[in-house]
Structure formats: structure tokens, C-alpha cells
Design a protein around this ligand. Structure first.
Ligand SMILES: NC(=O)c1ccc[n+]([C@@H]2O[C@H](COP(=O)([O-])OP(=O)(O)OC[C@H]3O[C@@H](n4cnc5c(N)ncnc54)[C@H](O)[C@@H]3O)[C@@H](O)[C@H]2O)c1
Length: 261
């Protein structure tokens, strides 16, 4: 048997290169900071340069290494340019797909355009990003890790998030398909399914009434805080910690998905 690593060694990402798509968002920004704090050099990808450079500045202020690359995950061209840039620098070991949009259009009123927007950003864009980045993640010495962001809405149906929930259910299945597809090349593919964390995309949805309803169905009786995703993220990113884990969907939701009335 090999020597027992220290916890610090288990989660050490020194020398690893990561890209966080949607690193401009509340959870994505935190993911970028956590990966950088563990030693990774991080590329923050997104549409908002202002938000992206602010995340980079926070990482640098904490002693980490990061840069912003403009990319729209719905646009194969800009995503391809960003991927080529990162491939030229040696490729990436970790990809986090954390872009997302939400919408509360009820089923009966959900038009094709809104349906396609929800499916496009929350599901198709993840397929697209994985396809574009997989070649530079293949056959690396310690393997590589893709982390998709699913949601508690991917399980038994919630009210008000019809298209979003269907897209997130697709993320769980896409994660398993990609795990199978990319295992021969040493790329692990997993997902984190967060419960409810106040962010930009769900600001309009999280009314007092809705929050009360969510908390009523959450074993721990509260919403989550972004730092409570750090452990799952770093575990799935670190080859020493999760080298035999692929195709998994990890729920970080205070027991929401374990509850019924
Ligand atoms: N906050 C929660 O409670 C929660 C729960 C479950 C899952 N999620 C998922 O977590 C991920 C992060 O979302 P968040 O909650 O931090 O919301 P957020 O709105 O703060 O962040 C989402 C980010 O995605 C970016 N984005 C949207 N469309 C894009 C595009 N076409 N190209 C590039 N970037 C784009 C937005 O600009 C934003 O910066 C999403 O996948 C979301 O569905 C969030």
C-alpha cells in the first residue's frame, strides 16, 4: 500500500490548470477562488469582463493566479478561441461548467423561444464546452476532471422552474454519458447538484414565500452558502482525492433531495 497522504496533499492542485465557465457568477466565482486557493492556475471564462476581472483581482489579492477570458458558452466560435488559447498554454486539467440561466415561465405559457434558451444555456452549452475542451484534457499524466453543475431541480419536479429542471435532469444524464465516453482518455466527469443558494439567476425566483417553502422541505431548515460547495468541488477536482470517482452526481443541499412531506 502507498503512504497515507496528508489532507493538504490530498486536495493539492498545485501545477494544475483549471477553467471555470460562468466564473463570473456567484457560485462560479467562488469555484474559481477555491480552485486557486488549492493551488490551481485558473481561467475565468464568461461574458462579463467587469465581473470576470473582479474575480481575478480577488484571486490575485489572495495570492493566487488567474486571468479572465471572454467567452459566450452559447457561441462555438468564442468558446473555441478560448479553448485554443488555453491549449496553447499546455491545456487544462479541470473544467467547471458553471454558467446558467433560470426562468419561471409556467408550463402552459412556456414558448419555444424560452424553452430553447433554458435548454441552450443550461444543457446544450455544457455538451458544447465538454466537446470543445475534451481533446486538451485527454491522456494527461494525472488524468483530468470535468465538473458540471446540476441542481436539486433535476430530481422530483419543483414548481415554477419547468424548463430549467428538465435541462438540469439532462445534466445528470449527460454527466453519466460523458463519464463513460471519456474514461478511456483518463477524464473523469461528475456533477454537483446544489440545493438553494442566493445568486443572480434565481434572485427573482427567491421570494419570501418561495424561500419559506424551500426551507420547509430542507432537512437543515436553511439555504446554502457558496463556501459550502468548496469541499465537493475540491474533492472532485483533485486526482488524489477522487481518482476512482466518475459519473457521480453529488447533492449539496442540506437534505432537500432526501425530504418529502
Ligand atoms: N444558486 C443556486 O441555488 C443554484 C442551485 C443549483 C444549481 N445552480 C447552478 O449553478 C451554476 C451557477 O449559477 P449561480 O447560481 O451562481 O448564478 P449566477 O447567475 O450568479 O451565475 C451564472 C453565470 O452564468 C453566466 N452566463 C449565463 N449565460 C452565459 C453564456 N451564454 N456564456 C457565458 N456565461 C453565461 C452569467 O453571466 C453568470 O455570470 C448554474 O449552472 C446554476 O444553474 C445554482
Amino acid at each position: 500500500m502507498s503512504a497515507v497522504p496528508t489532507p493538504a496533499a490530498l486536495f493539492d492542485l498545485t501545477g494544475k490548470r483549471a477553467a471555470v465557465i460562468g466564473g463570473t457568477g456567484v457560485l462560479g466565482g467562488r469555484f474559481a477562488q477555491s480552485l486557486a486557493a488549492a493551488g490551481a492556475e485558473v481561467a475565468v471564462l464568461g461574458r462579463s469582463e467587469e465581473r470576470g476581472t473582479a474575480v481575478v483581482a480577488e484571486i490575485e489579492a489572495a495570492g493566487g493566479r488567474a486571468r479572465f477570458i471572454a467567452a459566450d458558452v452559447s457561441d462555438r466560435t468564442t468558446l473555441g478561441v478560448a479553448a485554443a488559447d488555453l491549449a496553447q498554454g499546455g491545456g487544462i486539467d479541470i473544467l467547471v461548467n458553471a454558467a446558467g440561466v433560470n426562468g419561471k415561465t409556467p408550463f402552459a405559457e412556456l414558448g419555444d423561444e424560452e424553452w430553447e434558451r433554458l435548454l441552450e444555456v443550461n444543457l446544450t452549452s455544457v455538451f458544447r464546452a465538454c466537446q470543445i475542451f475534451a481533446p486538451q484534457m485527454s491522456n494527461r499524466p494525472d488524468g483530468a476532471s470535468i465538473i458540471n453543475i446540476s441542481s436539486a431541480s433535476s430530481g422530483p419536479p419543483l414548481s415554477k422552474v419547468f424548463g430549467y429542471g428538465v435541462a438540469k435532469a439532462g445534466i445528470n444524464n449527460l454527466t453519466q454519458y460523458l463519464a463513460r465516453e471519456l474514461a478511456p482518455e483518463g477524464v473523469r466527469v461528475n456533477a454537483i447538484a446544489p440545493g438553494f443558494f442566493p445568486a443572480e439567476q434565481n434572485r427573482a425566483l427567491l421570494t419570501r414565500e418561495r424561500v419559506d417553502s424551500i426551507i420547509g422541505h430542507t432537512a437543515m431548515r436553511r439555504l446554502g452558502s457558496p463556501e459550502e460547495l468548496d469541499g465537493a468541488l475540491l474533492w472532485l477536482a483533485a486526482p488524489l482525492a477522487s481518482g476512482f470517482v466518475t459519473g457521480a452526481v453529488i447533492h449539496v443541499d442540506g437534505g432537500f433531495s432526501a425530504m418529502t412531506i
